[in-house]
Design a protein around this ligand. Structure first.
Ligand code: SF4
Ligand code: SF4
Length: 420
């Protein structure tokens, strides 16, 4: 997976030619505030990027960069639908006026045959009536970060002065509901809330009424602020299941708030059981839906459980383009939208190698695993440990993933047969 910035960008032969005979689609997470956020969540993997990327903290994406990005993002895709994803930091810090510009520019460059959609990932703290009216009017799909009921949410999601945020988030959700804005709940499953799966799940589905839920495991290497994934020191990498391959140990390879791999498994098992018995067909849980789809023999809907990735890139506020939202490190910078053609970066040999690396670098332990077709080694940024035989490149979450997929297999097959 390693790609230092010294590797040249060579457009794929077909990418250099606009009149290609296949659909070119990809996805870009746009970060108009960079890492600037109004909160200071303890597990945030993005807050330190300003220092790492040497970016000014007082400015968001300027008008030229925004227009360059929107024009090129539209021009470089020929699928029926183009999805803009606005993330952060906290994108609502840019204000409604910035997003008015966004939709105006999208209209300016939108070809007749293509549909443009927007989604916005937010902590919801700034969402008020004005925001909700705007989001409703322009059909934004909103993802709200919320980690469960008050005590679990406020454990890690705090303001910059260390105050709890639960009430502020609930106020934002209330504004979305009053204006009929569709929203998803994104819960980061960390070392604490992972131990309360039903409390988290029931809160999201019953208390706030979310019908689409994304569970994201919190896995952070201790040196994630300085060291890019796959640039770890090999001799420091522990074997799966060992003391250092869990959070809480003094010499652990992950931060204290990272989810314990076994807890990840029990969290998924408990919520899956609840989902199957009460909410199948009513609530969508990203990891469960995709496991059903894959059991039916169709491709994964998520990059993390697909054999290849590389079609979900990130653009920073200054126009720098990176291989993935989780790879915003100098080593994985592809170029800049002001000086490079976006499609040349996205459809380049280097980005292709990045995406193919997800499968091509799997250890033997994964290649021989009966769960391979539903897991594919999960996200490479989490491949922090060695296999029991000592081979590098195994996913930190492996014990939990395996436990979950083993437990869920009969039920996944039953659901898949029902839907076939
Ligand atoms: S590196 Fe991980 S998050 Fe990024 S595209 Fe690949 S699987 Fe997805
Ligand atoms: S369950 Fe573990 S061994 Fe199996 S494919 Fe996933 S990460 Fe690899």
């Amino acid at each position: 997976m390693k790609h230092s910035t010294t590797v040249p960008i060579t457009p794929l032969a077909k990418a250099a030619n606009f009149k290609v005979g296949y659909k070119r689609r990809y996805h870009m997470m746009a970060k108009p505030t960079g890492s600037t956020c109004n909160l200071d969540c303890s597990y945030c993997f993005y807050l330190h990027k300003e220092e790492l990327l040497d970016q000014p903290h007082d400015r968001g994406m300027d008008d030229k960069t925004l227009e360059d990005f929107i024009r090129q993002y539209i021009e470089s895709q020929d699928g029926e639908q183009i999805i803009f994803s606005w993330q952060g930091g906290e994108p609502t810090l840019m204000g409604v006026d910035f997003f008015e510009k966004v939709v105006a520019l999208q209209r300016k460059y939108q070809p007749k045959h293509q549909k443009i959609e927007n989604d916005l990932q937010t902590n919801a703290v700034l969402i008020n009536d004005r925001w909700a009216r705007f989001l409703k009017k322009h059909n934004f799909l909103v993802g709200v970060s919320i980690d469960g009921p008050r005590e679990l949410h406020d454990r890690h999601r705090l303001t910059r002065s260390g105050k709890p945020t639960f009430d502020l988030v609930m106020k934002g959700i209330d504004a979305l509901k009053r204006h009929g804005v569709p929203f998803n709940a994104l819960a980061v499953v960390n070392r604490t809330n992972a131990r309360f799966p039903l409390e988290v799940y029931r809160f999201l589905t019953q208390e706030i009424g979310a019908t689409y839920i994304q569970f994201t495991p919190c896995v952070e290497a201790v040196d994630f602020k300085q060291t890019a994934p796959q640039f770890w020191h090999d001799d420091m990498i522990p074997v799966t299941g060992s003391r250092r391959a869990k959070p809480g140990d003094l010499d652990s390879i992950v931060t204290d708030w990272s989810v314990d791999p076994n807890d990840w498994g029990t969290f998924l098992i408990a919520t899956f059981k609840e989902w199957v018995s009460k909410d199948l067909g009513r609530v969508q849980v990203n990891l469960f839906e995709t496991a059903v789809v894959q059991t039916m023999g169709m491709p994964s809907q998520l990059c993390v459980t697909a054999p290849f990735c590389g079609k979900a890139l990130a653009i920073e506020k200054n126009g720098d383009v990176f291989s993935c939202d989780h790879y915003v490190y100098p080593e994985y910078q592809l170029g800049n939208v002001a000086t490079d053609k976006l499609d040349h970066l996205v459809f380049s040999e280097r980005q292709k190698a990045f995406g193919m690396g997800k499968k091509n670098t799997l250890p033997k332990y994964c290649l021989e695993c009966p769960k391979l077709n539903l897991c594919w080694g999960e996200c490479p940024k989490n491949r922090l440990v060695r296999s029991p035989e000592g081979e590098l490149g195994l996913n930190y979450l492996c014990p939990g993933i395996k436990a979950f997929l083993t437990f869920a297999k009969p039920e996944l097959e039953r659901i898949a047969a029902m839907l076939a």
